[in-house]
Ligand binder design. Structure first.
Ligand code: NAD
Ligand code: LMR
Length: 330
């Protein structure tokens, strides 16, 4: 029996993240070792970008990946999203030193109206969308509003990189391997107001805040995770790329693989008002995935007053971003 190939559309495919991401999709890390892939790579209609995209496609072909059945390179979004089962929206401007991700909102936001419409009109009926381009929560909101025929629950944005960062910080502080840290969770916006949850994360099965002191958790831990993207830009002169690509592999795998009982993953999805996050915003929540592939926001997690206060603040920031792009929300 042959497996139908999965059409994966990737925007910004000639960029930094694209370069680290595409081989990992093509070699089966994102969708599994038996799933053939067709890559539909989308760039801006600028000679330099399209030439670079051709180079990326040549390199992918040169890898002779057994699962990679075809590659399309295009600057036309309708061609790019045609029949796509997954749309990975990476293409957009990264921030530079001294900027916040939200400063990109008026420049990058409009990209997601046209892409949302093209996904609505041209993608496969089952399409799922993952947004990485910053500010990713609000860009995802814009894309979702621009694609009224695609169910809202098919849209997500990425805080898996922040989750991975938090897990690594907790493991290093406790002096344990990262696999000993479970339940790591990010709430809210992928921004400097994000909330890395140290109460529901566990270290060797114990709540992190019973293993590590509050002063470090509320101080250095919080600041390090919230500012990690800026620290990488300062060090590299460019924003994170390999870790972002790796986390996108995790993000999509998280959404296609069922969670074990009681497990969750950080995913930015549309708020239904859970945990007091204003309805309709795209916010990071604990998400569980069922055997049928449907996801739900994990209910009943306890938050300390410190974490609850910060969750309210990050929700207010997301509400402010929504107001800033009200004209793009149709
Ligand atoms: P990059 O500048 O290296 O590449 C971006 C690519 O997107 C470029 O090739 C550019 O030509 C292309 N592009 C721009 N507008 C486009 C459009 N309308 N359609 C198609 N392609 C378009 O940037 P990068 O390092 O790959 O980062 C991409 C985005 O991802 C940035 O916004 C960055 O801030 C964001 N990012 C998010 C996370 C996260 O955790 N959510 C992590 C890292 C980076
Ligand atoms: C990150 O978290 O590394 C990305 O969102 C890039 C950035 O601007 O910080």
């Amino acid at each position: 029996m042959t497996t139908t190939p999965l059409r994966v559309a990737v925007t910004g495919a000639a960029g930094q993240i694209g370069y680290s991401l595409l081989p990992r999709i093509a070699n089966g890390e994102m969708f599994g070792p038996d799933q053939p892939i067709i890559l539909q790579l989308i760039e801006i209609p600028v000679d330099k970008a399209l030439a670079a995209l051709d180079g990326v496609a040549m390199e992918l072909s040169d890898c002779a990946f057994p699962l990679l059945q075809d590659i399309t390179c295009t600057a036309d979004v309708k061609t790019g999203f045609d029949g796509a089962h997954w749309a990975l929206l990476v293409g957009s401007k990264p921030r530079g030193p001294g900027m916040e991700r939200g400063d990109l909102i008026r420049e990058n936001g409009p990209i997601f109206t046209g892409q949302g419409r093209a996904i609505n009109d041209c993608a496969d009926d089952s399409v799922r969308v993952a947004v990485v381009g910053n500010p990713c929560n609000t860009n995802c909101l814009i894309a979702m509003h621009s694609a009224p025929d695609v169910p809202d629950e098919r849209f997500s944005a990425m805080t898996r990189l922040d989750q991975n960062r938090a897990q690594n910080q907790l493991a290093a502080k406790a002096g344990v391997p990262s696999t000993s840290v479970t339940g790591t969770l990010i709430w809210g916006n992928h921004s400097a107001t994000q909330v890395p949850d140290f109460h529901n994360a566990r270290i060797n099965g114990e709540r992190a805040d019973t293993v590590i002191d509050d002063q470090w958790l509320q101080g250095e831990f919080f600041a390090t995770v919230q500012q990690r993207g800026a620290a990488i830009i300062k060090a590299r002169g460019l924003s994170s790329a390999a870790s972002a690509a790796s986390s996108l592999v995790d993000h999509v795998s998280d959404l296609v693989k069922p969670t074990a009982g009681g497990e969750w993953r950080s995913v930015c999805v549309k708020s239904d008002g859970s945990y007091g996050v204003p309805e309709g915003l795209i916010s990071s929540f604990p998400v569980s995935v069922g055997a049928d592939g449907d996801w739900s926001i994990t209910q009943g997690l306890e938050l300390t007053p410190f974490l609850q206060e910060r969750l309210t603040a990050t929700g207010a920031e997301l509400s402010g971003e929504r107001e800033m792009v009200a004209d793009l929300l149709g």
